[in-house]
Design a protein around this ligand. Structure first.
Ligand SMILES: Cc1ncc(COP(=O)(O)O)c(C=O)c1O
Length: 346
């Protein structure tokens, strides 16, 4: 099966697989006290800066929960977009493990704006209301849209001014950096991000994410929280080695760039098909399109992808590091054939 259901349906990049294989020797200290984990953390430091803390987790939900738990207490609130993964797709894990409220804001394709935040300050200091403490943004958003650097900086400045901190869900941060031709530090810490969930799984890893603390004062409880939230891997070297491989020779950026380019190609091919209406711009590796529902049904008999919005007959198509032009052409051809059949039936 090949398809566009998500960027986690792909396999593992061969260099990552080799890296896992390469550390599968001898015995190593568990829980991250091994040379491979130290090497991967140092690799992050060389790409970002010395003055950070890095903790690996098994998955993205775990990374977000670890980040937010380090940033907020149960009487706080995390401000995010209504469609944010932490709000919609984590089965309430942030609410359960952080124990706090999420203030979910309406957004433009997942992007919230600094000017939406001021009304939330009204009840600061009022003991009957959760206290806004963290702003969480997703870059790129769940719709594949991109925050511009000045938009992130404005949100970070707001956070700082009001004694809040800024979390970035970077499950696909590589796709943002590749699309905007920006370095990781330029896109995150330099803009005022306090804690970043850096995605590996959607970027060619087998599994694993890294939580990066630019604001080290938030990192003190993190290792305890990671253990409590069941995200401390004892055979840590196998997660760490994957990040070492992704950071080597900018593989994380190359993988993301390939996915982005294939999304552009898919967008171009689908735009030529009369019954398909691509919604929004294609900025990274996601294509959202409205396709008549009976055509979706026929397509799904042959290949799997998710319907995003039933009411609008809108689907989400994601590309990944191993998507090829042949995949794109084959899918576009399938859509074209089904749409021609529909025209003939009419
Ligand atoms: C924006 C975003 N954040 C985080 C995640 C991490 O999810 P998981 O817990 O499945 O690794 C995902 C996965 O779809 C995502 O799209």
């Amino acid at each position: 099966m090949r398809g566009f259901a998500s960027d986690n349906i792909s396999g593992v990049h061969p260099a990552v697989m080799n890296a896992i294989q390469a550390v599968n020797i001898d015995h190593a200290h568990p829980y991250g006290d091994d040379q491979y984990t130290t090497k991967a953390i140092n690799h992050f430091k060389s790409v970002l800066k010395e003055d950070i803390d890095v903790l690996f987790t098994f998955n993205g939900t775990g990374a977000n929960v670890l980040a937010l738990s380090s940033m907020a207490q149960s009487f706080h609130a995390v401000i995010c977009a209504e469609c944010a993964h932490i709000n919609k797709d984590e089965c309430g894990a942030p609410e359960k493990f952080v124990g706090c409220k999420l203030f979910a804001l309406p957004s433009d394709r997942g992007k919230i704006r600094a000017d939406q935040l001021s009304p939330l300050l009204k009840h600061i200091g009022f003991e009957h209301h959760n206290q806004p403490r963290v702003i969480s943004i997703t870059q790129p958003t769940e719709f594949g849209a991109l925050y511009q650097p000045h938009e992130i900086r404005e949100i970070a400045e707001f956070a700082k001014k009001h004694h809040m901190t800024l979390h970035m869900d970077g499950a696909r941060i590589g796709n943002a950096c590749a699309a905007m031709d920006m370095g990781l530090m330029e896109m995150t810490g330099d803009l005022g991000v306090d804690v970043l969930s850096f995605g590996g799984t959607k970027n060619g890893a087998m599994y694993g994410e890294a939580v990066i603390f630019f604001n080290r004062s938030l990192a003190a409880p993190a290792k305890f929280i990671r253990k409590q939230s069941m995200q401390l891997g004892s055979k840590m070297r196998f997660i760490a080695a994957q990040f070492d491989a992704l950071l080597t020779d900018d593989l994380w950026l190359k993988n993301a760039d390939q996915a982005n380019q294939m999304a552009q190609a898919l967008y171009e091919r689908l735009s030529d098909i009369p019954c398909v209406d691509v919604t929004g711009t294609v900025d990274t590796n996601a294509v959202f399109a409205i396709i008549p529902s009976h055509i979706i049904e026929r397509l799904q008999e042959k290949t799997f992808f998710y319907i995003w919005d039933d009411a609008r007959s809108q689907v989400r198509l994601m590309t990944s590091f191993d998507t090829t032009m042949a995949d794109v052409e084959a899918f576009a051809e399938l859509v074209r054939i089904e749409s021609q059949k529909q025209e003939q039936d009419q």
